[in-house]
Design a binder for this molecule. Structure first.
Ligand SMILES: Cc1cc2nc3c(=O)[nH]c(=O)nc-3n(C[C@H](O)[C@H](O)[C@H](O)COP(=O)(O)OP(=O)(O)OC[C@H]3O[C@@H](n4cnc5c(N)ncnc54)[C@H](O)[C@@H]3O)c2cc1C
Length: 664
């Protein structure tokens, strides 16, 4: 039977019709070979527009449909569904983009109209070579992996577990909690951070659907959406988690003191430790690097005093292999290292602190038990808080870290509360207080007497008595000034985790130019990634406060649950195919495939495509020197592409004087 093609031209309101003369295009198209019906409509994607297509498929027994409208990323699925409802295989439909490719790129009606004619002519030529395809069905493993046990990972884990699905929560440090566990109070409501975080941490530990793997990291990932195999390495704590009762006798007896990383080195912990009092799990860990038994072969005092015989110096790293259907990355952020800004003297001047250090100082479980004192025990009376340290600065990071203005004001409030006679200056570029209740908090802090100076600090200088001279330009007064203070707090920005690139590679996702994980679409798919089974939540995607991290975690959990609620995953059949008899086994395709979808079969000395992983990008097809790879029948076989070129070039032939021969 000869092909019978229907062509549907969309006006997209005036988006297309203002620049492309759709009537003229229609007149031209109706004379093209195999075209039996041509229609134009103001909004082809609307219900009536789709009805036109559906009715014509039946009435004219169409074998192919062409929709000339917007980008296929917007509505290809819409029109595929319309065709499918009317009984036509959806892959026999071809979209032509006459909006982004014609009307939006010129004001010249004549040229845009001519180009639209040619693009449709090309589609008419190629669509007859389309073949009906069926979507692949891949079974979905009914469990989720969440990497990172900060507030985002915790929230996502609880949401999924409470829906009845199994969750593996992998946290690299000995306890879950993330940065939020280090905070004293949270802006703008000033809730005590541990009071709202601890119940959630405890809920994670007691939820029967959550398997908590702390002190663990992902080593390898293979598989595809719906079906990942993940190798996790659980580092040895040298304490049997099943036996440890968290009594802490081991730490009391341990003779070794080590700078405490949870308190950012502001005090000491023992070589056997829990990171903070509310840690979950409340299981002790022996720090192999500092333990006297591991470094000098002596001591073992913890082993001697442990009432539950939990100490086990023989423990080895344990490899755990799990199968999951979806993954949520919630690995958070690192703090910008301010010591690279030499003029601020961080790391050299003892009274220059970061914001996070001050959070710890103000915390009841912190190094000074909440007393606002400097390293030498003095209470600071004049304090300068410097905003945008490492953020909004081309030399370091051009992006805004978003949380620093607010936490800088929170610290000013807390310090003023604890040292009422103090004078606090905030040096800012502009104040960014755009969340709910944030502007009100800004006003409150101003009313409490905190002095806001618009201007950047150029230099901090330490005097012999430990006091600090802060030089700045007041950009409202237009003067350069120097003030003397007891303490400087640097509101450092946030940066991607140091291992972010490694995770990007392992999970086949992308990162943005700033190094944070990249979402699939900034507006329409903010928690999805290019890997259909991998989602992102919290500050690993970019600077975020707690409310935003929690909201994003809930969104990622619900996206993940949409996948997990199905027993099989539909996969587009638009994938590469190998003609193994032509394959020379050179494996160039293996090295270029960004999705790990090309597998070398040594017995056959040929490659094959893992259907569920292939995203149909065509990189392997272009790279294959033997022409053994083709894009499966979706419009990218040589025959289809040459037919398309013909459709464009033949009408132009008189003008560009070239000969085109069909290869069929
Ligand atoms: C000084 C300061 C004060 C702040 N104050 C406030 C405030 O008052 N209010 C507010 O709303 N926000 C505040 N914030 C922001 C808040 O800290 C973040 O919004 C929040 O911590 C983001 O949570 P998260 O889970 O995305 O990341 P994180 O808290 O960073 O947690 C990530 C977790 O993932 C783990 N992890 C990382 N890599 C891996 C890996 N490869 N494998 C396994 N685990 C991994 C980490 O160990 C960590 O436990 C403040 C931030 C700072 C710096």
């Amino acid at each position: 039977m000869d092909p019978r093609i229907g062509v549907y031209i969309c006006h997209c309101g005036l988006n297309i019709a203002q620049t492309v003369d759709v009537k003229k295009v229609g007149e031209y198209v109706k004379n093209l070979k195999n075209v039996v019906v041509v229609r134009d409509y103001p909004y082809m994607c609307s219900d009536p527009g789709q009805e036109l297509i559906k009715n014509d498929i039946k009435e004219y027994s169409l074998t192919n449909v062409i929709v000339a409208a917007c980008s296929p990323t917007m509505h290809e699925q819409t029109f595929r569904r319309a065709c499918s409802t009317a009984g036509l295989n959806p892959y026999l439909m071809q979209m032509v983009n006459i909006r982004e490719h014609c009307s939006w790129v010129t004001d010249d009606v004549e040229k845009a109209t001519e180009k639209a004619k040619l693009l449709i002519s090309a589609a008419v030529n190629r669509v007859v070579y389309h073949e009906p395809l069926e979507k692949l069905q891949i079974p979905i493993e009914q469990s989720a992996l969440i990497i990172g046990g900060g507030i985002a990972g915790i929230e996502a884990a609880l949401k999924i577990a409470n829906s009845g699905k199994k969750v593996y929560l992998v946290e690299k440090s000995p306890s879950i909690g993330g940065r939020m566990a280090q905070l004293e109070k949270t802006f703008p409501t000033l809730d005590c951070a541990s009071c709202i975080l601890t119940p959630k941490m405890v809920e994670v530990a007691s939820n029967p659907n959550i398997i908590l793997l702390t002190y663990s990291e992902v080593k390898e990932v293979s598989g595809f959406p719906g079906n990942y195999t993940v190798k996790i390495v659980k580092k040895p704590r040298y304490i049997d988690e099943n036996k440890c009762i968290g009594c802490g006798i081991c730490a009391t007896k341990c003779p070794v003191k080590v700078p405490d990383e949870f308190n950012l080195g502001l005090d000491y912990r023992k070589a056997v430790y829990i990171p903070f009092p509310q840690a979950v799990p409340r299981k002790y860990t022996i720090d192999r690097e500092h333990c006297l038994f591991f470094t000098k072969g002596v001591c073992r005092v913890c082993e001697r005093f442990c009432p539950s015989k939990a100490v086990n110096f023989e423990q080895q790293p344990e490899e755990i292999v799990i199968k999951v259907g979806v993954v949520i990355l919630a690995t958070g952020y690192d703090i910008f290292d301010p010591s690279v800004i030499k003029s601020y003297g961080y790391g050299r001047y003892k009274n220059v602190y970061t914001g996070l250090e001050v959070e710890r100082i103000l915390s009841a479980s912190g190094p000074t038990k909440g007393k606002p004192v400097l390293r030498d025990g003095r209470v600071p009376k004049t304090i300068a808080i410097v905003h945008c340290v490492g953020s909004r600065d081309e030399r370091y990071n051009s992006y805004c870290s978003k949380i620093c203005c607010m936490y800088a004001m929170k610290l000013a409030h807390l310090l003023k509360e604890r040292i009422p006679d103090s004078t606090i200056y905030e040096f800012y570029i502009d104040i960014r207080a755009a969340g709910k209740g944030y502007e009100e908090f800004y006003r409150r802090v101003q009313e409490e007497g905190v002095i806001f100076i618009r201007g950047k600090v150029s230099e901090i200088y330490e005097k012999e008595d430990g006091k600090l001279l802060v030089t700045f330009e007041d950009t409202l007064l237009g003067v350069v000034q120097t003030i003397e203070v007891d303490m400087v707090i640097l509101a450092t920005g946030i940066v991607p985790r140091s291992d972010a690139k490694d995770l990007v590679r392992k999970f086949g996702i992308c990162s943005s130019a700033d190094g944070f994980f990249m979402e699939k679409h900034p507006k329409l798919a903010p928690v999805s990634t290019v890997n259909r089974g991998v989602f992102i939540a919290g500050a690993c995607q970019g600077p975020k406060d707690i409310p935003e991290s929690v909201a994003q975690a809930a969104a990622a959990a619900s996206e993940a649950m949409v996948l997990l609620s199905q027993s099989t995953l539909e996969v587009e059949p638009i994938i590469a195919e190998v003609q193994q008899e032509k394959c020379s086994g050179c494996r160039i395709c293996v090295s270029v495939c960004p999705y790990g979808a090309t597998i070398y079969d040594s017995e056959k000395n040929a490659t094959r495509v893992e259907k569920a992983l292939c995203q149909g990008c065509g990189t392997c097809v272009a790279a294959c020197p033997s022409g053994a790879r083709v894009m499966k029948q979706n419009g990218f076989t040589d025959r289809q592409i040459l037919a398309e070129l013909e459709g464009i070039l033949i009408p132009l032939k008189p003008r560009i004087k070239i000969e085109v021969t069909s290869t069929g």
